[in-house]
Design a binder for this molecule. Structure first.
Ligand code: ITT
Length: 194
């Protein structure tokens, strides 16, 4: 079965491929299209933004589409950057800079709890739509650590690994991540509706 992901984020797509290709799914995404598609994410939650992206593609091309809206919630920063994770401090700002700024903002904070959230929407061309969510709990690290992953992974300390998500093999992250947890629910749903 081919799954179209309404995403242009190559890191997310890579993670979806790693998790879904061994199960026999073929993955394509916005990056495989000849045209540039910009979808305005003007929802107020991860779920709403995920639906906006998958719905747009399902309608435009008459295909089944999934999407991923995700981000980092930091409790001591009123759950920022949250749904603005990609746009936080500017869409094109490097994550080295964004992560350093977050460490500065967290300098005197005792509560360092945070979580990654992922909402995956599944939309059908006939208008049926579903959302599956997943999360992973961690703490904001005290320093940037690790070469793997993307985005905020180098500052996301995950206690069971005793290090950041960027400091483990991607396959390890993909067994516990917010994206993995949401994807498991999507796959259960697809299996049940076969
Ligand atoms: P698409 O909308 O095209 O899928 P995007 O990057 O704009 O790509 P989002 O609006 O969902 O996607 O923003 C997600 C941001 O949250 C992402 O750019 C990272 O900054 C952060 N993020 C999400 N999942 C992450 C993960 O597994 N590890 C680290 N950071 C993550």
């Amino acid at each position: 079965m081919n799954i179209f992901i309404a995403s242009a984020n190559k890191h997310k797509i890579e993670e979806f491929k790693e998790m879904l290709e061994p199960l026999g799914y073929e993955i394509s995404s916005l990056n495989d299209l000849d045209e540039d598609i910009e979808i305005e994410e003007n929802g107020h939650s991860f779920e709403e933004n995920a639906l906006i992206k998958a719905r747009y593609i399902a309608k435009k091309f008459g295909i089944i589409a999934i999407s991923d809206d995700s981000g980092l919630e930091i409790d001591a920063l009123n759950k920022q950057p949250g749904i603005y994770s990609a746009r936080f401090l500017g869409h094109d700002t490097s994550y080295d800079y964004k992560n350093l700024e977050i460490l500065k903002m967290m300098k005197d904070k005792k509560d360092r709890t945070c979580r990654f959230i992922c909402a995956i929407a599944l939309c059908y061309p006939d208008g049926k739509e579903y959302v599956f969510t997943g999360s992973i709990e961690g703490t904001v690290a005290y320093a940037i650590e690790g070469p793997n992953g993307f985005g905020y992974d180098p500052i996301f300390y995950y206690e069971p690994f005793k290090t950041t998500l960027a400091n483990v093999d991607p396959s390890k992250k993909n067994q516990v991540s917010h994206r993995h947890n949401a994807l498991v629910k999507l796959l259960e749903f697809l299996n049940e509706s076969k």
